[in-house]
Design a binder for this molecule. Sequence first.
Ligand code: UGA
Length: 425
Amino acid sequence: MELAIIGAGWVGVTTAAAMADIGHTVVCADLNAERIEKLNLGEVPFFEPGLFELLQKSLASGRLKFTTSNEEAIKAGELVFCCVNTPTLPDGSTDLNAVTQVARAFAQDHRDGAVFVIKSTVPAGTAAAMRRVMTEISQRPFTIASNPEFLAESTAIRDTMIPSRIVIGADESDTLEKVKRVYEPIIANGARVFISDCATAEVVKTASNSFLATRISLINEIANYANQVGADPVGVALGMSLDPRIGAVRPGVGYGGGCFPKDVQALIGEGDRTGTPLTVLKAAHAANYRQRTRLYDRLSAALGGVAGKKVTIFGLAFKPKTDDVRDAPAITLIDQLLKDGAQVVAYDPQVRPTLVNDHHGLVMASSALEAAQDADAVALMCEWQEFIDLDLKTLQHVMKGRILVDGRYIWSRKTVESLGFIYVV
Ligand code: UGA
């Protein structure tokens, strides 16, 4: 099939490369010329395991191309996937400007009977609103579908090729069938398909992220409590996870990234706007950010104040196997430490210094041990395998102090304390 993908971010690029790989002809557009130039040369503008190889393969097949022209892509698509970003505004509402612009462009240039597929994460009612916008402009027949994505960074390709489910919302059965046909090879491999109207599909997306985020906040507070009463927080989470209704969830300093914080905030805003306040979600979101403050306070107490102390941060990304630092707990901690007069040195296996150079005063090291040299405290904020594998005796040797902050519960209290560290969680 001939597909257009508008927006070359994490979702757009992964979807474009994957769809070309399963046999479709794909034109992916983004207004960022530098990004498009790189993509056409086979360079991925962010770190995502396996995407470089998939992109190379799809470009070599001749079925994938990137362009700066939305018009060119839209004219090339039987289905046009809208993958532009939808930031949350300060008042909690979703900024739909980019989606609206793509909808207008679609309405001007789409083929007869083309389908406008919204993959961007949007509040309920967006498909209906875009339909109204497009109907005013378009001279030809078109339809609209909601097809939210569920890919997580670091596992984006697997999540696209072997998804937990494919959710398709549409009002007409032939539109549903067209979208389903795009995913045929993936469905043939066993992917489950959930079909609904557009509003339901839209809510499935934000509610799924909100549910997952809430579980994290709950386990984090349970972990705080477990610590307090001398239980093992990771053991508690593991023991609970054996009930399939609960499942696996890892405690730590809380969620970050470009999705959970934004989607939770957006759903809270939608709840308030529609007179259906989501009180549990509000509490979970507040607990998420309290978790960051709590860790800072505990580190500060262990150090007897942070001013003049050298604190090393292990891991800047919001989770391992990505270089994404959006709303990362490490960044919150660093900003607070710098503000309160600490000397901060960080190391992350993937995050390049240019991604954090607006945090003035932060020094980036090129290895974990270099970063920890003469440190009064080391704070692990992202559980990269490299840190899990680190020899703690060597670490202790290069540090000046003995404080080890474990923001992701990767170490056992018993082990680190037996080595003489002060364990802070
Ligand atoms: C999330 C969802 O998992 C995807 O299904 C969704 O498609 C995506 O958002 C999106 O909306 O685009 P992502 O933000 O990439 O994906 O990352 P997750 O792996 O879900 O992690 C989110 C945060 O929760 C991270 O900061 C992670 O460290 C934290 N987390 C996750 C925990 O603290 N404990 C856990 O058990 C799991």
